[in-house]
Design a protein around this ligand. Structure first.
Ligand code: ATP
Ligand code: MG
Length: 236
């Protein structure tokens, strides 16, 4: 899959985590996101927002309907090309049990250390990384995270994920509560970087607070896996 324009289409998608369960988590969901368009996705906890994102990244396959990127069914392309096309900051970041460097360059292996450090600085996490030392004595960007490495806090992990997405610069951005684990001061600084990154890109941003996504082109309100309202911030 070579993403040229970054259009994203949900075409009558239905999905359930297990078959035979009553009702659907995603229930006949259709949404056409134009290249460069920015969508804010809101809805109660459990309404299916993260599930929609996971489906686009093919963590699961849809049971009905189709998801297409630039007109190509995501089921027909490799995981690798999907990952290259979509930059994701998920709600709960899990990192690889590898070095911070490998985590940051995941999805952009050709990035230089200079580029990596710039992204970490923009995500307000460079100083944190410079202070890391794992039990094996590796430090800074060489320090390993997870199991036998250093334990990062939720907010630190989220900033690593944001640095990764800044570095990757993918044509489609999916931000699932991307700054929810950060304090308000750090959040404001990073939001500014994310806003710059969003320019010219196709974006789906999920947030509980309407204020963080008020500037999107279109807001979509989800309830039990269906769209119940749609429009600009002013209209809703
Ligand atoms: P929140 O705002 O709390 O993040 P959400 O809108 O992102 O909520 P989802 O995570 O998409 O909601 O969950 C939608 C429904 O699917 C919920 O009922 C949830 O319990 C269920 N669900 C989510 N992930 C799984 C999973 N891996 N296996 C089984 N059920 C799941
Ligand atoms: Mg969610």
């Amino acid at each position: 899959l070579e993403v040229k324009s970054g259009g994203l289409d949900y075409d009558n998608v239905s999905f359930n985590y297990w078959r035979g369960k009553q009702g659907s988590v995603i229930d006949g969901f259709s949404l056409s996101v134009a290249p460069g368009e920015k969508i804010g996705l809101v809805g109660r906890s459990g309404s299916g927002k993260s599930t929609l994102v996971n489906l686009a990244l093919r963590m699961f396959d849809v049971q009905d309907g189709a998801i297409r990127i630039d007109g190509q069914d995501v089921r027909a392309v490799t995981q690798e090309s999907l990952r290259a096309a979509i930059g994701l900051v998920s709600q709960d970041t899990s990192l690889l049990h590898r070095s911070v460097r490998e985590n940051l360059k995941y999805g952009r292996h050709d990035a230089t250390d200079e580029e990596m450090i710039r992204a970490a600085e923009q995500a307000n996490v460079h100083d944190v990384i410079m202070g890391l030392a794992d039990p094996q004595g590796r430090t800074g960007y060489d320090a390993h995270v997870g199991e036998r490495g250093v334990k990062l806090s939720g907010g630190q992990r989220q900033r690593v994920a944001i640095a990764r997405v800044l570095l990757k610069n993918a044509p489609i951005l999916v931000l699932d509560e991307a700054t929810s684990a950060l304090d308000s001061e750090v959040e404001a600084a990073i939001q500014e970087q994310l806003t710059q990154l969003m320019r010219g890109k196709t974006v789906i941003a999920i947030a509980h607070r309407l204020s963080t996504i008020a500037a999107m082109d279109r807001l979509v309100v989800l309830e039990q896996g269906r769209i119940v309202e749609e429009g600009t911030h002013a209209q809703l």
